[in-house]
Design a protein around this ligand. Sequence first.
Ligand code: AMP
Ligand code: FE
Ligand code: FE
Ligand code: ZN
Length: 278
Amino acid sequence: MSDFRADLHCHSTCSDGSRTPKELVELAVDIGLKGLSITDHDSVAAYATALPRAAELGLPMISGVEFSTHHKGTDVHLLAYSFPTGHEQITALCARHKQRRQGRSRQILSLLAKRGIDLSQDKELADAIEYGPAVGRPHIAAALIRRGIVKTTEAAFQQFLGDGRCCFVSTNQISTEETIAVIHAAGGLAVLAHPQLVKDTRVLYEIFTMPLDGIEAYYARFGFERSKEWLELAAKKDWLVTGGSDYHGAAKPQIPLGASWVAEDTFRVLQKHYLSHA
Ligand code: AMP
Ligand code: FE
Ligand code: FE
Ligand code: ZN
């Protein structure tokens, strides 16, 4: 059996992961992965340092990003692959997200302040909001832990930040359809991330009618049983079947890099598409 495994879903410090892009590449090589895509939330900043390190170590990479989108009130994550990382439409969409994320973080901070929790002196959080490519709720959760308000990220979501909780701010700005159009305009492939996490089934079925190129059927948090439905759908639609761990590092220690992956045939299709822009 071939030992080719490529993890197509992981996060670096450019969004809410705990390893730098270089460290992620090094870890991938250490554990014997033969291919990698870093899919930060709404940012491709990782590629500036990941690509040179991957070239040094001989690790094949394809571009990737996980866009936060919205369809009829439901959050939908879309993975984009194999686009040129400097494409102006991708750059513009990431810039919109950066602004949205900054604004949302500040709104969450004022909701917390109204409850007597003032995080304005947390330098690490302030820097993430000001300079981070994709600040998110996990950064605020980390600040709440530093202040001793909660003990775990999970508790921070449970008490304050999770959907519908007291300091939740919705992100309903950029639609799934618009995001697919941008990915295609940039020459990339649009893949529905972790379909299991789309909360509204009717929304999920509407998304299945959109012009997707693939579906993430292999996802570490769910067993193989849950993949079957997506594999059948992908066969019917002639979609790519992708997979990845959704590794975040220390933030989600229960999921190691490489916990979910694709085999060589899938990686080669994506790599060929990626290299066609070069
Ligand atoms: P945001 O992108 O700011 O909406 O934050 C969403 C991110 O927070 C997800 O990508 C996860 O990494 C993380 N997250 C969401 N829910 C939880 C939770 N209940 N516990 C820990 N992390 C979570
Ligand atoms: Fe995340
Ligand atoms: Fe996601
Ligand atoms: Zn992810």
